[in-house]
Design a protein around this ligand. Sequence first.
Ligand code: PMP
Length: 367
Amino acid sequence: MSPIPMRSLVRGFKPYTAGLSIDEIREKYGIERVIKLASNENPLGTSPLVQHTLETHVGLAFRYPQAGNPRLVKAIAAHHGVSPSRVIVGDGSDEVIDLLFRICVEPGVNNAVAFMPCFGIYTTQAALCGVELRQTPVNADFSFPWDNLLKLVDDKTSLVFVTTPDNPSGYTPPVAELETLAKALPDTCLLVLDEAYMDFTDDEADYSLAKRLDEFPNVIISRTFSKSFGMAGLRLGYAIVPEELADHYWRVRLPFSVNLMAEEAGIAALQDVAFHDETVRVVREGRAWLTGELTKLGCRVFPSQSNFLMFELPADGPNAASLFEDLLRRGIILRPLTSYGLPRNLRVSVGTAEENTMLINAMRELL
Ligand code: PMP
């Protein structure tokens, strides 16, 4: 048979690299208890209220969700104190990011801009949309060189992506720098602040423009239910965008990409304030503890406001690839950062106190 017909950008496509799954490691090493600290999931699991909601709605699985997910949109809008006409939801914030490229950036004409390394979905979806993604490296300490970013912006730039807290470093720029950036961009360009991890910062007001969007008409805030709300497997993300953009989003989005279970779970998750607060408390406490312990082991830990830490191993010990493998054999999954161009670094999601302790005990033996 002759080759399957395919667009050339699909043939040469470099896919997103996901963290290893618990099942893969169980099977490969025959280990029952596997600790996954690779995908920045919620250490407390799923909120009891979300679990209850899923159970009570499972009988409705035969129904389509209501197009446009209006109840969920209203709940998110109320949570942020914005008009529902500015809220869009997607099948994870991955879908929101994908659709921002499709809606805002004309391939071959316009461009998008981001730092490097960046969250992998920016590069995969830009490539798939045939969009030029211009990138400039972050500083050696993983802070952001704004002047270099601005040098990439021209009158054809439609989107500038800034991830805050950043992934994979955890770096989080002060809000004053975002204000300056938003004002410096041409008004033909939208600034997308990807705040997937913003709930874990010590004080949101120091880092986020989410409560001040009226002052910044060209700013988009993107968030997710995958992290602090513990719903990564249900796939639900959202963004607050200018009304005109929301209007077009609903026209082009696949009509039912946010499924009925995710919709009900999202509404419930917003109500379970106690679970959310406890998650944030456990993450902040674990982050401080892990930072101290990894530092004692000689690692360079990069400051993080997120639910994960990036660290560089001491020069005199094993390299990141071999430590990663040795930890896997003990049933602990971290995230090597080779695919981000950082072969000496690893990323660890903050787990429960017990999981964090098991990781540090294992590393003490291996380093
Ligand atoms: N943005 C960033 C920076 C992320 O790290 C992630 C999750 N890994 C996402 C967006 C996507 O989140 P989701 O699709 O699960 O909502």
